[in-house]
Design a protein around this ligand. Structure first.
Ligand SMILES: O=C1O[C@H](COP(=O)(O)O)[C@@H](O)[C@H](O)[C@H]1O
Length: 212
């Protein structure tokens, strides 16, 4: 598999949103032409704001979208920490998407059960006996370098036997989460990281020059 890393640096958040949404538009178009479906993994944090602003401006066949969560906080949907809750409030009713197009966690289950349940929900959308291959994962990054809920130094980063892992002691609140594991992230056709703000400048400098 070839790896092509492109880093785009822009002036401000508006331009980050525009760049990310251009990529989403072109990747979704190609996926729909080839596969008649677009499978995208969403992240939480600042991406919820970027996508709430940017997605309504893109041209795509929304009926072909299936939206998953690269990580999710195990909290009630009404909580301000629920990533699905944020997208639901921001996008449903604004875009022609339905609730059924989102593959969501069951927030009533403890993290371990919620992770197993999420794997089963994902399995419906991917061929059996191989790693899921998303058309696109939209990823954020914390100042500590975490993406999804894969926190550097945490043993969840070593998990390779399952698609989705629970974490109950995340160093960033809320502590209870589920997350895609590295094998799933690394198997995606496209990963787009949207990273902004001075607190992340150091980690971005480090990661830009890592050889892959
Ligand atoms: O906790 C999380 O953090 C990361 C990064 O968030 P950001 O606000 O610094 O962009 C996010 O990508 C992840 O989905 C979220 O659960």
């Amino acid at each position: 598999m070839s790896t092509n890393r492109v880093v785009t640096v822009v002036q401000d958040e508006d331009n980050v949103i525009a760049e990310v949404c251009n990529l989403i538009q072109s990747i979704s178009k190609k996926a729909i032409e080839r596969d008649d479906v677009f499978k995208i993994g969403l992240s939480g944090g600042s991406l919820t704001k970027f996508l709430s602003i940017g997605l309504p401006k893109i041209d795509t066949d929304w009926s072909k979208w299936r939206l998953f969560f690269c990580d999710e906080r195990v909290v009630p949907l009404e909580s301000a920490d629920s990533t699905y809750g944020i997208y639901k409030n921001a996008l449903l009713g604004v875009l022609p998407l339905t609730e059924h197009q989102f593959v969501k966690i069951d927030p009533h289950l403890p993290a371990e059960e919620a992770a197993k349940d999420y794997i089963q929900k994902m399995a419906v959308h991917f061929p059996p006996d191989s790693l899921p291959r998303f058309h696109l994962l939209l990823l954020g990054m914390g100042p500590d370098g975490h993406t999804c809920s894969l926190f550097p130094g945490h043993r969840v980063c070593e998990e390779t036997s399952v698609w989705v892992a629970p974490i109950t002691n995340a160093p960033k609140p809320p502590p209870s989460r589920i997350t895609f594991t590295f094998p799933v992230v690394n198997n995606a056709e496209n990963c787009v990281f949207a990273v902004t703000g001075a607190t992340k400048a150091e980690i971005v400098k480090v990661l830009r020059f890592i050889q892959i």
